[in-house]
Design a protein around this ligand. Structure first.
Ligand SMILES: NC(=O)c1ccc[n+]([C@@H]2O[C@H](COP(=O)([O-])OP(=O)(O)OC[C@H]3O[C@@H](n4cnc5c(N)ncnc54)[C@H](OP(=O)(O)O)[C@@H]3O)[C@@H](O)[C@H]2O)c1
Length: 273
């Protein structure tokens, strides 16, 4: 029974909240976290048991011990561009792992990673590709993934998300008005919020453990084509691209996602948003 399963979503933010709501509507017991006191009132009627938790990098929060009493933990902490030192993110995740081990109840951790872990020259970005991360951020992310996947204390699944778009993050606004942009011919790799939340939900429903999964839509128009069309559709000035391409760019391969989730269909197309 789903009501026997407690899912804790660390970070009921842009992606975590729709996931938490999907889980509540399917009968799971859902615990969520936020750093903002104002959300406690705002989320009151959503059926989520919400706690104030901040990783700074140590996990702080009055109800943290209760939050980490769950069957499954979904970690959606963002790897903020504002971190001067990317290892700050590693410290946050390490402190989350310490809480998981301390409470001792969580046996499955789902981590929201990013396809930015693949080097920009990895043209066919597949989960089994052998690569060396090519930036300090990618190195940290890759190391976190490895630590989680190899952890003896619990099972993990890593979902590598492509760029997220949807309400409040419209494609047409991403590059509107920008000038002298490189890589006009590089393919884009994006996934809509609804589909991204559904991937996480399906991993929980089907109990898919021990996997790294790319979560990226089927469409890969060029940057120039998509961002120009999307800006125009929003009535915004189109971005301006140079003719410079650094290599061919990458395509995030989603074959494994479709293999693990038979019958999977993306519900949103790029220019619908
Ligand atoms: N954006 C993209 O295109 C993209 C692409 C690939 C992967 N991802 C990954 O997808 C995941 C979800 O992204 P998102 O856009 O939904 O992130 P988000 O909305 O910015 O944040 C997610 C949640 O994390 C919480 N949070 C932030 N800093 C925290 C801290 N120091 N301690 C505790 N909680 C903290 C936020 O709290 P509040 O509720 O207080 O805001 C929010 O609930 C992230 O792991 C991100 O790295 C994103």
């Amino acid at each position: 029974m789903k009501s026997d399963q407690v899912i804790s979503v660390l970070g009921c933010g842009w992606l975590g909240l729709p996931l938490a709501q999907m889980l509540v509507s399917e009968g799971y017991v859902v615990k969520g976290s936020t750093t903002q006191e104002s959300k406690l009132e705002e989320f009151k009627n959503k059926g989520i048991i919400l706690s104030l938790i901040r990783c700074d990098p140590d996990v702080q929060g009055r109800n943290a011990a209760d939050f980490f009493c769950a069957d499954v933990l979904v970690v959606t902490l963002p790897f903020k561009r504002s971190f001067n030192d990317p290892s700050q993110y590693q410290k946050q995740i390490d402190s989350v792992i310490a809480c998981v081990l301390k409470t001792g109840q969580i046996k499955f951790v789902i981590f929201t990673s990013s396809t930015s872990v693949y080097p920009s020259r990895c043209e066919d970005a597949r989960e089994d590709a052998v690569f060396v991360p090519d930036s300090p951020r990618a190195k940290v992310l890759w190391q976190i993934e490895r630590n989680l996947m190899n952890h003896p204390g619990f099972a993990s699944t890593v979902v590598r998300f492509a760029g997220l778009f949807g309400p409040g993050r419209e494609i047409g606004r991403f590059l509107a008005q920008k000038k002298d942009l490189r890589n006009p011919d590089h393919p884009v790799n994006l996934i809509h919020q609804d589909d991204a939340a559904r991937v996480l939900f399906s991993v929980i429903e089907r109990n898919i453990r021990g996997e790294i999964i790319n979560a990226c839509g089927d469409e890969h128009p060029t940057r120039k084509e998509l961002y120009t069309k999307a800006a125009l559709a929003k009535g915004l000035p189109s971005p301006e691209f140079s003719n410079v391409n650094d290599g061919n760019g990458k395509i995030v391969n989603n074959a494994k996602l479709k293999r693990l989730l038979p019958g999977w269909i993306f519900s949103r197309r790029l220019l619908d948003a």
